[in-house]
Design a protein around this ligand. Sequence first.
Ligand code: S3P
Length: 178
Amino acid sequence: MPPLKGHLYLVGFMGSGKSTVGPILAGQLGREFLDLDDLIEEAEETDIPRIFDLRGEAYFRELETRILASVRDREPAVVALGGGAFSQAPNRDLIFKTGIAVALRIPPGLAWERSTEMDNRPLARDRQQFEILYLKRQPDYDLADLKVGVLGRTPEQICRLIRDRLGTVHRILDSYRD
Ligand code: S3P
């Protein structure tokens, strides 16, 4: 497998397992793992529900774009993004310039179950709104370089599938870049 250039961005809806799969995959690829939501919380010195409650979603989205831009020049890493980051076109442009996007696909019912296990997701408070958002975002995740279904797979199996399929993406990326 040729070395992967740039970041490997993990995208996907809330609950799809980006923060679980990310560190395992990063370890296997010998890379650092970065979680964009953690970086946002560190920068703001508070948690995401408080950012939403006190400053609103628009403020959070600006912050998300700014922190995403700040990781572009770091050593190639595995970067887990919050579920909404890939739905902003300027974020996608940056992602495709600086690496590849791997989408984790999850059915809506399981996404809801997982996302409500802890009360830390401001956009997982109302099931109907959650499902509307889910449907709205699917075409965005379809734009990712690789798509991997998570249903019935362990995090290790998901990592193996991603690694097995990475080669095809490199070739496309390399031919665009060279
Ligand atoms: C969001 C997903 C969350 C977090 C924020 C907004 C979204 O991340 O960024 O609550 O818009 O889908 P996870 O996908 O890691 O839950």
